[in-house]
Design a protein around this ligand. Structure first.
Ligand code: SAM
Length: 271
């Protein structure tokens, strides 16, 4: 999808529209009650920083450091921080498996839809655990593709989710990561945790239009469908069928889509 072998979603304008709809209030609600003014927070895999900026508001006069491997996303994050006057949100280009920070230097490390994209989950958790203070929090919210749905399905829209899962796996990603968070955190020695689940829902006319646009202009764009056909995740006929079904779905009075998430907060052991 990205034109790179590693990051499935790509950095195009169409998928960016999805990232610009997220915020700390709506997408880090499981973490917000645990933040305090003065905290130093890491948002790893921050993308364009729309969540980071809300986290920075919650911890002011503390600071948020956003890290992403993609320079174009960091440029956007810096622009949004400036636009919203959040000078306590600073952004760095970097890899989440090799963070440019001292040991034990953050009160909280947060990520949203990032572990699902990084092949080696334990490498990320080791590195994040290194930079969080003893007693600090590591938080993640990740998609569960298999529990997400587009209704009515017109007997084909589930195939779009399956196609997405196949593509993510072809990039060594983890489409069900939200369900596996507990397994991975326990394996990393983070046994003091709280797990929850939630859905992002799409039912209003604006939300239905948004999903339809993402489906037609991003997911069914030639760059992605050609990759899906190449990986054996779809055929041209299936992609056409899915496109027709999304058009029918948009006009259906009962149109309802939901993306499922698993959420986990873990407290780093004191010693
Ligand atoms: C789906 S986006 C999520 C962005 C943001 N957290 C949000 O939810 O709005 C995933 C982000 O993780 C970043 N990413 C993936 N692997 C990474 C890595 N190894 N190091 C740093 N960033 C990474 C991508 O560049 C992308 O911006």
């Amino acid at each position: 999808m990205s034109g790179t072998p590693d990051y499935t979603m790509g950095y195009g304008e169409e998928y960016l529209q999805a990232l610009l709809r997220v915020s700390a209030t709506t997408h880090a609600a499981h973490l917000l009650p645990h933040l305090e003014p003065g905290f130093r927070v890491l948002d790893f895999g921050c993308g364009p920083g729309t969540i980071s900026i809300g986290l920075a508001e919650a911890v002011a006069p503390g600071e948020v450091h956003g890290v992403d491997m993609e320079a174009s996303q960091i440029d956007l994050a810096r622009m949004f921080a400036k636009r919203y006057g959040r000078d306590n949100a600073v952004f760095h280009v970097g890899d989440v498996t090799d963070l440019p920070f001292e040991d034990d230097s953050f009160d909280v490390a947060h990520c949203h839809n990032v572990l699902m994209h990084v092949p080696d989950t334990q490498a990320v958790l080791r590195e994040v655990n290194r930079v969080v203070k003893p007693g600090g929090i590591i938080a993640s919210r990740e998609m569960i593709s298999g529990s997400s749905f587009t209704h009515p399905d017109f007997e084909v829209l589930r195939n779009a989710w399956d196609m997405f899962e196949d593509l993510l796996e072809a990039d060594d990603g983890h489409p069900q990561m939200g369900k596996d968070l507990k397994t991975h955190f326990v394996e990393a020695g983070l046994t003091n945790y709280r797990v929850s689940a939630s859905f992002d829902t799409f039912t209003t006319p604006d939300e239905i239009t948004f999903i339809h646009q993402i489906a037609q202009q991003w997911f069914l764009a030639p760059e992605i469908t050609e990759a899906a056909i190449k990986y054996g995740a779809a055929t041209e006929a299936l992609c056409d069928h899915i496109g027709v079904a999304y058009d029918r779905w948009k006009d259906h009075p009962g149109a309802f889509a939901a993306v499922a998430y698993g959420e986990l907060l873990a407290w780093k052991p004191e010693s």
